[in-house]
Design a protein around this ligand. Structure first.
Ligand code: SF4
Length: 236
């Protein structure tokens, strides 16, 4: 099999050739020369490496005690969805329902997020959903800066593994954390940002939309903006 064919197989399987067998042992994403196209045997190893990297990361999170939230959580909320998704939604912190279910965006806010995802022609299963923090703050207080610092490397690894084509920051905390800014949500919405080389669009948190229904129209505009950006990327 020649290199071009191998590359096509790898792409069809959602594998980035920058992924190396090294990752099978370390769970760490590393970059290699694109010309180093793997054989079929190596391709199988890459698939296994990807699965192992996810497994390693999820185990790290479930046992994490890097901040005080480990004492108050019922369980960690790792993330859910398609590990090779083009679309990645990043919220802020688990709430009570998420803490009990171990899943991001459940309850009424989760239902609305699912409807928002469906409104742009996607399914919840086709996207990847995660939060900035993996543990619920007690009484749903705002996350502390040190907690965000302690936890953010998990999300960075999830982004590196999913390799999304577009990221949607769901709500103010997610937007400010990802973009490293204190700008208010009103200034961050409605434009395309970049997270390294990935386009990022800021949208309202569905919990906010449940309280302020008139903003739903603007939420639809945000989703349309994201979809326009995504469709352009696909044609490149
Ligand atoms: S919030 Fe993040 S850093 Fe803190 S204990 Fe949970 S997983 Fe660890």
């Amino acid at each position: 099999m020649n290199n071009a064919t191998r590359l096509q197989y790898l792409e069809a399987m959602g594998i980035d050739v920058r992924f190396t067998v090294h990752q099978a042992q370390t769970g760490v994403v590393a970059a290699v020369d694109v010309d180093e196209v793997p054989s079929i045997k190596q391709t199988v190893a890459l698939v296994e490496a990807s699965a192992k990297a996810w497994d390693v990361l999820e185990k790290q999170v479930s046992g994490c005690k890097n901040c005080e939230l480990c004492h108050s959580r019922t369980q960690t909320v790792f993330g859910a969805g398609n590990n090779n998704a083009d679309w990645m939604f990043v919220g802020e912190v688990p709430g009570q329902s998420e803490d009990l279910a171990g899943q991001p965006f459940v309850g009424q806010a989760g239902k609305l997020l699912t409807e928002m995802i469906q409104a742009i022609g996607l399914t919840r299963e086709s996207v990847y959903i995660a939060n900035i923090l993996k543990c619920r703050p007690p009484n749903d207080r705002a996350p502390k800066v040190e907690e965000i610092h302690a936890c953010s490397h998990y999300l960075q690894q999830q982004i590196a593994l999913v390799k999304p084509k577009i990221i949607l920051a769901v709500g103010r905390v997610a937007a400010q954390t990802l973009l490293k800014t204190n700008e208010p949500l009103s200034k961050l919405r409605g434009v395309s940002h970049q997270l390294t080389d990935i386009p990022l669009v800021v949208i309202y948190h569905p919990a906010y939309l449940l309280r302020f229904l008139p903003e739903k129209r603007q939420a639809w505009q945000d989703l349309q903006l994201a979809n326009t950006i995504y469709q352009k990327i696909k044609t490149l």
